[in-house]
Write a protein that binds this ligand. Structure first.
Ligand SMILES: NC(=O)C1=CN([C@@H]2O[C@H](COP(=O)(O)OP(=O)(O)OC[C@H]3O[C@@H](n4cnc5c(N)ncnc54)[C@H](OP(=O)(O)O)[C@@H]3O)[C@@H](O)[C@H]2O)C=CC1
Ligand SMILES: CC(=O)C(=O)O
Ligand SMILES: [Mg+2]
Length: 586
């Protein structure tokens, strides 16, 4: 087949009944089934959501392993999207670990083995020159995309196009947590080669069997891609995820496109959000904190830069704030006289007060720095061992211990380890979830310092404000809003993050903060939102959020009315997202 034939624009968009409409939903009454042409294609019973959910939960319980549960949920999303999101939103705490970290990590490692159906778009380096044309193959109007090149998937290294699990999982959370309609999301994986030799040689691998392209080649490819995405969908929001070196693209595009990097900026914001509460709970004023970071990559530096901003707001000078951080990478303490050429992103935090002494041992560095805060973004599971945790407990009444690497196997320590080695005194948050723990008389609940608390609100805020770019103030606003989103009980219980079961409420607060910052920065195109007060703005946000519970509430009479109204979302392949009235079920 010639390239032209391969890339030729298809005719009418494929009628993707199952993924956008839940046409085969057994809650459809008979007349809707007749209208859809699905009469006879489902069992006769008209079932309530509760009955369907009961069956789903039973089926899920029958699956013995997390990866089988992941596969079942993938199947459910593909065959009955609204039921999937109802189930997810009603069981967010239980199901998020199955569709997101930690299970999505295992799914990505094994993506080439467990793949059953495409769930997003793939763009290859060999497609350059045609990217805009290929985007036309996507049949829906996209509001947000999460894109990865798979080169650093969680803490699991380069997984090439197997990384698709991450955009799919993140966008499912966009829908569940911030109510962005499922069909308005585009999971996008860039097939730019992989340095994972084992995958390249695996017969089931589905990407290009070549090493990762050069930084210069990637830049040219991304230039074309960013232009193509915004030409196709002018107000699209673009989230970069899990790139091994995310800094060049962030710097290059952040002022020109509505884009952000979740690992640098989203992670920075979510950790500041919890950190603000941890500082309050520690009883130590901001000016007296000292932080050791294990891991000086995109997430570590992203987090520290946002905390610098927080310290400055607390009255420190930038120089005082910067000096509060000691970074450790795979070569030890990051210093300016270490003898190696530091990557650009590490230079800002490199120490020059080490008197020529280089530290390889984390424990010795702790004795030297006497930190109040220990952050882990190193991908080294178990790095915060007993000695280290006990030393932190000896130095502090309330040591702040945040092992943030994902998935759980890469967490620098578990909640249980942190609690037991600090006599239950630590202020704790981890990247992946850990269970609550009975300690003495108390039930202790860990915080989850995962960017899933903020990226949905950053994305929705950027979409609703029609932001031309995602500014640093919008990112910082997401952190501040998150820190204020805890309810009285959560505050009384000493939690650092709100209960994940309230994530939709939290996302409204974060979204409002992001929109307000966009307005203050003048990057909003939805100027009509400027005149709304906070209450009105919250109402507007909620009204715009997809609610899977509203999708199936059609009863016979209404269905008949709809039959005659002719409002059929399928005629143009886009359902009624733009006017806020869902036509998806018609
Ligand atoms: N909780 C959350 O929301 C988020 C968590 N993360 C997690 O953070 C982790 C890191 O991500 P990211 O920063 O993007 O990855 P990077 O690859 O950019 O950074 C990893 C860092 O860890 C350092 N490192 C590796 N081995 C060691 C070691 N033995 N001792 C000390 N440092 C070491 C690396 O050193 P060197 O620079 O020398 O190579 C590098 O600085 C991942 O597990 C990821 O899942 C990421 C984003 C969000
Ligand atoms: C959570 C996330 O974005 C990461 O671990 O990369
Ligand atoms: Mg990430």
């Amino acid at each position: 087949m010639s390239q032209n034939q391969t890339l030729a624009r298809p005719g009418p968009p494929p009628r993707q009944l199952s993924t956008t409409s839940g046409d085969y939903d057994s809650s459809n009454p008979p007349d809707v089934r007749k209208y859809l042409g699905t009469y006879g294609l489902t069992p006769p019973a008209v079932e309530s959501f509760d009955v369907q959910a009961q069956r789903c939960l039973r089926l899920l319980a029958m699956k013995p392993t997390p990866i089988e549960k992941f596969q079942y949920l993938t199947h459910l999303r593909a065959t009955n999207v609204h039921l999937f999101y109802r189930l997810l939103s009603e069981n967010i705490k239980e199901l998020t670990p199955l569709i997101y970290t930690p299970t999505v990590g295992e799914a990505c490692v094994r993506w080439h083995e467990i793949f059953t159906q495409p769930e997003g778009m793939y763009l290859s380096y060999t497609d350059r020159g045609h990217l805009r044309q290929i985007l036309d193959n996507w049949p829906y109007k996209v509001e947000i995309t999460v894109l990865t090149d798979g080169s650093r998937i969680l803490g699991l290294g380069d997984l090439g196009v197997n990384g698709m699990g991450i955009p799919v999982g993140k966008l499912a959370l966009y829908t569940a947590c911030a109510g962005i309609r499922p069909e308005a999301t585009l999971p996008l994986t860039l097939d730019l080669g992989t340095n994972n030799k084992a995958l390249r040689e695996d017969p089931l691998y589905m990407g290009a069997r070549v090493p990762k392209i050069s930084a210069e080649e990637e830049k040219e490819f991304l230039d074309e891609l960013m232009a193509a995405l915004t030409d196709k969908w002018p107000s699209i929001v673009i989230q970069f995820e899990d790139f091994k070196n995310p800094f060049p693209s962030l710097e290059r595009y952040q002022n020109t496109y509505a884009m952000f990097n979740d690992d640098v900026q989203g992670t920075g914001a979510v950790i500041v959000g919890g950190f603000i509460n941890a500082v309050k709970a520690s009883g130590v004023p901001a000016k007296d904190h000292r932080a050791i970071f294990l891991g000086a990559g995109s997430a570590g530096v992203g987090v520290a830069k946002q905390i610098v901003e927080f310290f400055i707001k607390e009255g420190l000078t930038e120089e005082e704030a910067r000096r509060k951080f000691w970074f450790v990478d795979s070569n030890g303490l990051v210093t300016s006289d270490r003898g190696d050429k530091l990557a650009d992103h590490k230079v800002y935090f490199a120490r020059n007060d080490n008197n020529g002494r280089q530290y390889q041992s984390l424990l010795r560095l702790i004795d030297f720095v006497r930190p109040t805060i220990l952050m882990g973004l190193s991908t080294i599971g178990g790095a915060f061992n007993t000695d280290i945790l006990q030393r932190m407990a000896k130095l502090n009444d309330r040591p702040i211990i945040f092992p943030l690497s994902n998935p759980s196997s890469k967490s620098e320590c578990t909640f249980e380890e942190a609690v037991h080695n600090t006599d239950g005194r630590c202020l704790f948050a981890s990247g992946s979830p850990f269970p609550s723990l009975e300690y003495g008389e108390k039930l202790l609940t860990p915080g989850q310092g995962n960017n899933m608390y903020v990226f949905p609100g950053i994305g929705l805020g950027a979409i609703l404000s029609e932001a031309v770019s995602v500014t640093q103030d919008m990112i910082y606003a997401s952190a501040e809003s998150l820190s204020t989103s805890l309810n009285k009980q959560e505050v009384a219980d000493g939690w650092l993050y709100p209960d994940i079961r309230r994530i939709r409420e939290v996302s409204v607060i974060v979204t409002r903060g992001v929109i307000r910052a966009a307005q203050q920065n003048g990057v909003d195109r939805a100027v009509k939102l400027r005149s709304l007060n906070d209450e009105q703005l919250d109402a507007y946000i909620k009204e715009r959020m997809y609610d899977p519970h509203q999708e199936r509430d059609i009863v016979g009479g209404e269905a008949a009315q709809l039959l005659t109204s002719g409002t059929n979302g399928y005629t143009n392949g886009v359902n009624g997202i733009t006017n806020g009235v869902s036509g998806a079920h018609l």
